[in-house]
Every structure is written in C-alpha cells, then in structure tokens.
Design a binder for this molecule. Structure first.
Ligand code: NI
Length: 217
C-alpha cells in the first residue's frame, strides 16, 4: 500500500468510528482539521504523511471522554497504523503528537516538539474558533446541559487539567476560558494569520450577543 492508500484507509476507519458522535468531535471535525492541516502543512513544508495521519487520528479516543486518560488515543492510533504496516518511526511520531497536543485548560501548557505536531495542533485549534468554533461551543454546551449564557456566573481561567474538565460555566464563558485564548497559542505563521481573522469575528459576535441580550438591537 502506498502512502495515499494508507491515508484513505485511515480516513475510512476514523469516519466509521466517529460517525454520529454528538459532542463536536465527530467525523466532520476530523475532516475540517485534516483539510486545514493539509493547507497549513504545505505552506510550512511539513512531512505531509505524518501531518495527514495525525490529523485523522488525533481524536480517535478523545481524552475528555475517557475519564481524563490521555493514553487511550495514542494506543488506539498505534493499533490502526501497525495493522496498515506503517513504519515504526512514523507511528512513534504520530503517537507522540497525539499525546501532547490537546488543550487542557488556560494555565496548562501543552508543548508539541515537531513541525508536524505544530501544524496539526494549529489546525485543531483553528477549528475551535471563528464561525465553526461558535457553532461547536454551543453544541458542546448543549451536550453537557450548560446554559448558553448566565450573566451572574463569570468566566474562570483554569489552572489545572482537572479544573478545566470539571468546569460548569455557560457556553459564553467558554469563549473566555478557551476560544479567545487560542489566537495567542498558534505555532505557525500560516495559522496565526487565519486565527486573527476568526478571532475578530468572534469578538464581533459576542458584542452583538450582549446587545441582543439586553434588548439593545
Ligand atoms: Ni480535535
């Protein structure tokens, strides 16, 4: 099997596994991250085989849904790649990125070491902001039974992974606890440019949201 065939196979497997996932980490999230990672990866001249495989597998067993166990994702990814006879070097690289790239709260640093990791992390973070990001934050909030907004509960910047997982604020709070922080966390220049535009759009959105909340528009 050549690299393109392997990528196609992995895409098919991931799609089957995540189809119908209702929390914002469904197949179409993977699809968008994959396409964005290709866009950024080419601009940054990354190893595209590693980039594409990692983008496709990065949420295969999302740590937030495994009781905070962040070893499940890399293990699952290794199993799939091993079966497809991907080289050990590529498997190790992909799994290292998957285990280090997730956002775990405002005060918790997640550092990815390689260019390929930076590209996929950027693509994943870009999918959490802008028009798609807004849709996802309310979809995720609904899944968790959160209010869209509660003016009496102010946002909190979480210092640990545990605090971040337990957060119970409104979806609008989540803009301040995560979405509006992502612009500053982009690794690559290509992603920084895209993030700037998407950030501006979210600020305009919130501005309008508060006005409408108070009957001002
Ligand atoms: Ni993701």
């Amino acid at each position: 099997m050549n690299n393109q065939e392997i990528i196609k196979k992995v895409a098919g497997m991931v799609r089957q596994k995540l189809e119908g996932e209702g929390s914002g980490h469904d197949w179409w999230h993977i699809y968008r991250v994959w396409k964005m990672a290709i866009h950024i990866g080419k601009e940054e001249k990354a190893d595209m085989f590693v980039v594409e495989l990692t983008a496709l597998l990065h949420d295969i067993a999302d740590w937030k849904f495994c009781g905070g166990d962040d070893t499940v994702g890399p293990k699952e990814a290794r199993k799939i790649l091993f079966k497809l006879e991907v080289s050990e070097e590529v498997i190790v690289h992909v799994c290292e990125i998957i285990s280090t790239m997730a956002f775990k709260g405002a005060g918790v640093k997640s550092i990815v070491r390689t260019l390929e990791g930076k590209v996929v992390q950027d693509a994943d973070r870009l999918d959490a902001i802008g028009a798609i990001g807004i849709a996802r934050v309310f979809a995720y909030g609904g899944h968790k039974g959160r209010a869209i907004y509660d003016p009496e509960h102010k946002p909190v910047l979480h210092k640990t992974k545990e605090e971040y997982i337990k957060a119970e604020g409104s979806s609008v709070n989540h803009f301040y606890e995560k979405l509006l922080l992502l612009k500053e966390l982009m690794n690559t220049d290509s992603a920084k440019k895209i993030a700037k535009e998407r950030h501006k759009f979210m600020e305009e959105y919130l501005d309008r949201f508060y006005k409408e909340w108070e009957g001002k528009v």
